[in-house]
Design a protein around this ligand. Structure first.
Ligand code: ADP
Ligand code: ADP
Length: 229
């Protein structure tokens, strides 16, 4: 059994009289420790996929499994714990608490977890050992995204899910964030799933899931991913 399994997953929304499928029979696997890039045009279903995998959205039908547990059968309470303990989220915008320092932002998230990592250690790992006592407004966009990644990693999650994490950053800064996410998989051994609409990012992935019209239209396993730098 794969670490993550999506089996014929559907998510539909009711729009007045019609039912619209955001995800329409999606099937794929992810192995533990992989860096997975999810690509596809706007509206293809990437965010819906990630939200279901992260327990933020339920599926209409099909099966979602993480590490042997059937997430798609969780009730609301189980989903709350799953989001809190098992998943780290990173978004395009960093959503840091402005009146807390970098260290306090990371500590805040790890406080609610079962088995958190040391906040200062994780900030050092993402390259911010010298920024622990800075407030978000004193940090660049790339540094703020590093704090957000540290905040997600400090939960010691089973999966790190990133929705367009470079979307608000310039090219060079975005590349540095991709390198950090690749290291998060390669060096720290974590499973990372990253959404982008930028085809250029696929070369660094261990696995690429191409999403088209609510389906996994193609899955490539990259035996020799390019090192991000
Ligand atoms: P992507 O992330 O690839 O841009 P999304 O997963 O956000 O795509 O959306 C997939 C499709 O589902 C789109 O057509 C979108 O309009 C639709 N959709 C997403 N969320 C909702 C919702 N809450 N209600 C209705 N339609 C939605
Ligand atoms: P090259 O010098 O071989 O053309 P690049 O400098 O364009 O390579 O890209 C180096 C790495 O950055 C590659 O792994 C590539 O996938 C990734 N990358 C490509 N485009 C972008 C981008 N817009 N933002 C961040 N990283 C990118």
């Amino acid at each position: 059994m794969a670490f993550v399994e999506f089996r014929d997953v559907r998510k539909t929304y009711r729009m007045g009289e019609v039912e619209v499928a955001a995800v329409d029979g999606m099937t794929f696997d992810i192995e533990e420790g992989e860096l997975v890039v999810v690509v596809g045009p706007s509206g293809a279903g990437k965010t819906t996929l990630l939200n279901m995998l992260g327990g933020m959205d339920s599926c209409t039908s099909g099966t979602i499994v993480l590490d042997g547990r059937e997430v798609s059968s969780f009730d609301a309470r189980e989903l709350t714990y799953y989001r809190r303990y098992d998943i780290g989220f990173v978004f395009q915008f960093y959503n840091l608490v402005q009146n807390l320092t970098a260290l306090e932002n990371v500590e805040l998230a790890s406080q609610i977890c079962k088995d958190p990592l040391d906040a200062a250690d994780v900030l050092r790992q993402v390259g911010l050992g010298h920024r622990l006592d800075n407030f978000p407004a004193q940090l660049s966009g790339g540094e703020q995204q590093r704090v957000a990644i540290a905040r997600a990693l400090a939960k010691n999650p089973k999966l790190l899910l990133c929705d367009e994490p470079t979307g608000a950053l310039d090219y060079q800064t975005g590349k540095a964030i991709l390198k950090l996410l690749q290291d998060t998989s390669r060096v720290m051994g974590r499973t990372v799933v990253l959404i982008t609409h930028n085809q250029a990012f696929t070369a660094i992935a261990d696995r690429v899931i191409h999403v088209r019209e609510g389906r996994a239209a193609g899955v490539e396993v990259n035996e020799r991913p390019v090192s991000a730098e």
